[in-house]
Write a protein that binds this ligand. Structure first.
Ligand SMILES: *Cc1c(COP(=O)(O)O)cnc(C)c1O
Length: 366
């Protein structure tokens, strides 16, 4: 299979940097790949596949209904279109028709972030008109409330490290404002880990990315209240067609979510165990001092932290550059390379790759 890399003049990659879109986010577990393969090799009544996998996932999650979509981004656009059209077939075929005057989607200003694409672009693709609430550094329930008009069709809340956190209303507060005004709350929880928490808060439409914490294929999951999911499903006959999800990815994400709910993400103990032989190997490299450290934000993630000694012929920046320049290209967390520290995130790194990293460091530093 490595011939594929040669054929297209690509470098192999060892990803010791974490979940990075620039490297393709995630690789998939064998059972998920098998599920995708089954999808690739069989026909289905597609409308039924979408509906039945959605129903199955909804049952696992405790939601009224669910749907696998092409991406979290398409989940946002299709949710917005659903709230404007409210099940109208005419709207599905004419989503930007001026007769649909109620199009306003309110979003806290500090959450109108660029995650690779601005939130507001996906709102507009869905036909929504962006109304920002609050200010760059704050948004209170009252800030949200005073922006509601007769043209408002929903509120979008973005739960993400990209968004402003300071003086920001909570998801529960946003739900209350929405429901006090008979509006639904859409939650962009693309990179979040807890699938059940927001249902318990009463969020109406919840959106996850398939390829991030869920470690599924490039896809998205939307779940919540039945009426809204029905309206979202309808979008596949209209603008949703430009965001079609393949049968293989529907099967793959469904399996990934089953396994994620059973096993959850790898825990810190397991990471610490896998790190032990790696740390021994790293400490045998000249000019290297390696130790195990916990994630700076306190998450249950452990990494190898390597300090390059001051008398090393190559400093930490030069070492990270040399690691990336090789084949395989080795990507690390290099935020602190300027102070001599390189971190290795092993969530997507196996034992053979750890050996390859140690070997490469010897080549660079011996
Ligand atoms: C990654 C991300 C998205 C987009 O997810 P895709 O599945 O890649 O479309 C949307 N919102 C936020 C906050 C994200 O972090």
């Amino acid at each position: 299979m490595h011939d594929v890399y040669a054929k297209y003049h690509l470098k192999r990659v060892i990803n010791a940097s974490g979940k990075m879109t620039i490297l393709g986010v995630s690789t998939l577990a064998k059972p998920v790949i098998d599920a995708q393969k089954f999808g690739d090799e069989h026909f289905f009544e597609m409308a039924d596949l979408v509906k039945q996998t959605g129903r199955h996932l909804a049952e696992l999650l405790g939601a009224e209904d669910a749907i696998v979509v092409n991406s979290a981004s398409s989940g946002i656009a299709e949710s917005v279109a659903a709230l404007i059209g409210r099940g109208s077939k005419h709207h599905v075929y004419h989503p930007y028709d001026a007769r649909y005057t109620n199009r306003e989607i309110i979003i806290p200003k500090g959450q109108n972030v660029d995650y690779g694409t601005p939130e507001e672009v996906m709102i507009e693709v869905g036909g929504g008109q962006v109304v920002e609430a609050g200010y760059a550094n704050m948004c209170s329930p009252e800030h949200l409330e005073i922006m509601i008009t007769d043209q408002t069709v929903g509120i979008l809340y973005v739960k993400s490290h990209h968004a402003v956190q300071k003086s920001m209303l909570t998801v529960a507060e946003a739900v209350k404002v929405a429901h006090d005004h008979n509006l639904p709350l859409i939650l962009d929880a693309a990179a979040e880990e807890d699938l059940k928490k927001y249902l318990a808060l009463g969020v109406d439409i919840i959106i996850f990315s398939g390829g991030k914490a869920l470690v599924g294929p490039a896809s998205g999951l939307v779940y919540g209240k039945k009426q809204y999911i029905d309206w979202i499903r309808l979008q596949s006959l209209g603008l949703g067609r430009a965001m079609k999800v393949g049968k293989e990815n529907i099967m793959g994400l469904t399996k990934a979510i089953e396994d994620y709910l059973d096993e959850g993400p790898e825990d810190g103990n397991s990471m610490q165990q896998r790190l032990t032989p790696f740390l021994d190997g790293l400490n045998a490299v000249p000019y290297v001092e390696a130790k195990c450290v916990q994630d700076g934000a306190g998450r249950d993630i452990y990494r190898a932290s390597v300090t390059i000694q001051a008398d090393s012929p190559k400093n930490a920046k030069a070492v990270t550059a040399a690691l990336k320049a090789g084949n395989p290209a080795i990507y690390t967390r290099e935020y602190r390379a300027n102070v001599g520290i390189i971190e290795f995130d092993i969530r997507a790194v196996d034992q053979d790759e750890m050996l390859a990293i140690v070997t490469r460091l010897h080549e660079i530093l011996d």
